[in-house]
Design a protein around this ligand. Structure first.
Ligand code: NOJ
Length: 876
């Protein structure tokens, strides 16, 4: 029997993917000028030297697989048909197990004895490369410990274009470089443990509503131009591929009218050819809307395997249909061979062929015993959860990230840190654990109690929640807590009190609606939830020393109370995961100075954003979301429009102060206008291209089928008739531009991430950071580039290109921080030349600004002059 939890999640899935219809796979008209041109065939994997050994091993296996085995490896066995969120078919005869794919970016979803790490947005707010990596390693260790082959993270898309977007918090911040470094280092950390990381969601998945295709409507089309694609949204994916990521998940939405799951321009052209991606491409869950078209467009793995219309009935676009499509000649066997080789090469690349643990948990239940295939009506039962503790000492990493992300926005009269003897009055339900239980809401689909993460597939169960109240208790602080979001009449204010007000703002994935917000922050807008603004104002009216602590998925508007005289300090603790309490106490009481910086801009009014950054509401036909603002999102917009935000991107105060001095800039690799010519692709595995015999997909004799499970087999009649069809004149209507001839690849490609010369260091930059205050603290040096004046391209005023965090510096202590600029950092994407171009061949004067935030720039160096100066008036 299906358990009720499964039924409810399936209903939810069904509603959001709309079960009742047929595939909508036609391209629909998009505004003029936005195109997704055909790009065929799917480039073979295996042409970069760093993967060649894994491809050699994979090809030896693939050569010996039957057609059925190959089809079985390229799709999931069906939704809820195994212990993990996704479970591939196996080829046991060849030693290839089922692969377990599991969410999510901040920890194991729906599991036990795991760590609930701080969210991506919190991790981005640390601006600490070492911590980002350490969190990745810890995540990898947990996923490996549970027997997960493929971790479904990190998320770098959405980029955070829309402040109300539901899933921005899963990523690292609203800037391509912050997002790229966050994603790239996470991937390196995760994959250092042998777990395959998945960078997601390709691409321009910037709002939750209308994301999926259904019978009534095609999924929303994100319409964006080539330059915006390259300079903003693709940048983090390029860095992830450069880091060697094993898997990419495509997004639900369409790009320029073509669904990402079958957009040949994106998958074949951009990802596999230009970025040189060597791993495999999977669909998002039920985002695949066609069989042959998606295969030709470069999709390698269908997840969870079912059709998107009515899942759970044993129907698939691939599996047995892939067998049929190869037999009847619709999909060249070459395409299937490449997909399987990519999947197996990735498995070898991470070393999963030796001593890799099998899954020991079940995402579908918390019980020890249960159905092995919960999606089947009748399923064998067995032990499904072995409750393996994978937490190790990861609480320490989680706490360090939560602590070093805490961003001090305002601190009048050094109100913070507080004295250990302070007398606290604490307000707001966000200060204490959800009274119904910390895991009482499925996929954290509620905002009750301390907000440690958003909701949806990017959530995990908490092993515990160390709440702020726990933290105060643990410190032995003198406090009185009012567990309500309305100002209590009985708080008895005294002039000596320090009031701590906890407020929150939540968001999540579209299949759950929380307090009227269907993932995106529709009804809450950018306001604090639960009348948080009123609570702060009411407290501020009665108390003279108010500290506001915000747990939030993203920016909130604070204007109603920000400037009230009694609001002395504001801390953004972001989404701290399980370690909310002690991390906050360390900052509050001054064990450490806060060192987080905003990973996005906080405006004074939502009106200050361009209109195109609003959520797209209902539209007849395919909703169109046209990125008319181009490069101008977040601080790029505010700086261009000359609008002063409440707090600029990168802002973050400390209990101490820093000076930036003795900066240097030195050329490393000389620049030319275009990067040097790429290397040709190396040989990739070859296999016979003849259609295999139909007998390879006949149902095995005496096979014990599980109802609704997805199999790659056909009856003898079906298989033979498919094979016969191959010899008829009826042919699959191949897309315009279809070809079977492998291409040499574009000039902008050449290795994982693109032409390797793009990542040559053009300039080394260093700066001495000195703690000029009286308390220890860590500083962040942020490097922004200002393109030369008078060039033919319009470029944002400033663009973040690198950053570094110092160690904890004692008062008076200095550290020289090393930063760098690559060729790509100094290039624009030229849509005509289809390449990265350094304006004026690098001869011009690029301004290289180093500072503590995008509006606090301390030093300017020039690439042309080679000089660095302090105290120069900044362009913003
Ligand atoms: C849909 C989400 O968009 C994706 O991020 C997640 O990994 C899959 N579901 C699997 O749960």
């Amino acid at each position: 029997m299906l358990n009720p939890l499964l039924i409810s999640s399936l209903t939810v899935f069904a509603l959001s993917s709309s079960v009742y219809g047929v595939a909508v796979n036609k391209r629909l008209p998009v505004p003029a000028g936005y195109v997704a041109p055909p790009y065929y065939p799917a480039p073979h994997g295996g042409w970069t030297p760093d993967w060649s050994e894994s491809y050699r091993k994979a090809s030896l296996i693939v050569s010996g697989l039957t057609l059925a085995e190959k089809a079985n490896i390229t799709a999931g066995t069906g939704i809820f048909m195994g212990r993990c969120v996704g479970n591939t078919g196996s080829a046991e005869r060849a030693g290839i197990p089922q692969l377990c794919l599991q969410d999510g970016p901040l920890g194991l979803r729906n599991s036990d004895h795991n760590t609930a790490f701080p969210a991506g947005i919190t991790t981005g707010a640390t601006w600490d490369k070492d911590l980002i990596y350490a969190r990745g390693v810890a995540l990898g260790e947990e996923f490996r410990g549970k027997g997960v082959n493929v971790h479904l993270g990190p998320s770098v898309g959405p980029l955070g274009r829309k402040p109300r977007g539901g899933r921005n918090w899963e990523g690292f911040g609203s800037d391509p470089v912050l997002q790229a470094i966050g994603g790239g280092l996470s991937i390196q950390g995760i994959q250092s443990t042998g777990v395959i990381a998945t960078i997601k969601h390709l691409i321009a998945n910037e709002q939750e509503m209308y994301r999926m295709y259904n019978i009534f409507q095609a999924g929303i089309s994100s319409n964006l131009d080539d330059r915006t694609l390259h300079e903003l949204y693709l940048w983090p994916f390029a860095e992830g591929v450069r880091a060697g990521v094993g898997a990419v998940m495509v997004a639900y939405n369409a790009v320029n009218g073509s669904a990402c799951s079958q957009n040949s321009y994106l998958i074949n052209g951009i990802l596999k050819d230009e970025l040189g991606f060597q791993g495999f491409v999977m669909s998002d869950w039920l985002s695949q809307i066609s069989g042959v078209a998606s295969a030709l467009a470069g999709l390698d793995l269908s997840m969870p395997g079912d059709v998107h219309t009515i899942p759970l009935l044993g129907n698939s676009y691939w599996m047995y249909e892939y067998s049929r499509a190869v037999l009847n000649g619709s999909v060249p066997v070459d395409r299937l061979n490449d997909a399987v080789t990519r999947i197996l090469a990735t498995w070898f690349q991470m070393g999963q062929d030796s001593n890799y643990p099998r899954p020991n948990f079940d995402t579908n239940t918390q019980d020890a015993e249960g159905p092995l295939y919960p999606g089947a009506l009748i399923s064998p039962r067995g032990i499904v959860n072995e409750f393996v503790n994978v937490q190790g000492n990861h609480a320490e990493v989680a706490r360090a990230v939560a602590r070093d992300a805490i961003t001090l926005l305002k601190n009048v009269n050094s109100t913070l840190p507080v004295s250990p003897n302070a007398s606290f009055k604490v307000f707001g339900t966000d200060a204490e654990k959800n009274p119904d239980g910390i895991n009482s809401c499925n996929d954290q689909g509620c905002n009750k109690g301390t907000l440690g993460m958003g909701w949806g597939s990017g959530s995990s169960r908490y092993p515990y929640m160390d709440s702020p109240i726990d933290g105060l208790k643990f410190r032995g602080a003198n406090y009185k807590f009012f567990n309500t979001d309305s100002f209590p009449a009985n708080s008895n204010p005294s002039p000596n009190d320090t009031a701590l007000v906890f407020i929150s703002a939540d968001s999540g994935e579209n299949y759950i609606t929380v307090e009227g917000n269907p993932g995106d922050r529709t009804s809450a807008g950018l306001r604090a939830w639960h009348n948080g603004d009123k609570l702060v104002k009411d407290v501020a009216a009665k108390y003279s020393n108010v500290i506001v602590i915000v747990h939030t998925v993203g920016p909130i508007i604070m204007e109603e109370w920000h400037d009230l005289p009694s609001v002395k300090a504001i801390l953004f603790a972001h989404l701290p995961g399980q370690e909310a309490g002690s991390s906050l106490m360390q900052v509050l009481f001054g064990d450490v100075s806060p060192s987080g910086h905003l990973p996005y801009t906080i405006p004074k009014s939502e009106e200050d954003y361009p209109d195109s950054l609003s959520l797209v509401g209902f539209q007849l036909g395919q909703p169109q979301d046209t990125f008319t603002e181009g490069l101008y999102i977040d601080y790029r917009h505010f700086q261009k429009a000359g609008i002063k935000p409440r707090y600029a991107f990168g802002h973050g105060l400390s209990y101490t102060t820093f000076s930036f001095s003795n900066a240097t800039i030195s050329p490393v690799t000389p620049l030319t206008e275009l990067p040097p010519t790429r290397h040709a692709k190396a040989e990739t595995p070859t296999y016979p291209t003849t259609i295999p015999p139909a007998s390879e997909v006949y149902w095995p004799e005496n096979f014990n089928r599980i109802w609704r499970y997805l199999y790659p087999y056909l009856t003898k009649r079906e298989a033979d008739s498919a094979a016969a069809a191959a010899n008829t004149s009826s042919k699959y209507p191949y897309p315009a531009g279809y070809s079977n001839v492998q291409k040499p690849g574009p000039a902008a490609g050449g290795a994982q991430g693109g032409n390797p010369a793009l990542f040559d260091t053009a300039f080394d930059v260093s700066v001495r950071v000195t703690n000029t205050g009286s308390r220890p603290g860590k500083a962040v040096a942020q490097l922004y580039v200002q393109f030369p004046e008078g060039i033919e391209w319009d470029t944002p005023v400033l663009q973040l290109r690198d950053f570094a965090k110092t160690r904890e510096l004692q008062p008076g202590e200095s550290q020289v921080v090393e930063l760098r600029l690559t060729r790509k950092d100094l290039s624009v994407w030229d849509t005509v030349r289809q390449n990265w171009v350094v304006p004026a061949g690098g001869e011009g004067e690029f301004g290289v600004w180093i500072g503590e935030s995008s509006d606090l720039l301390r030093v300017r160096c020039g690439t042309g002059s080679g000089a660095c100066e302090e105290g120069v008036v900044a362009p913003v």
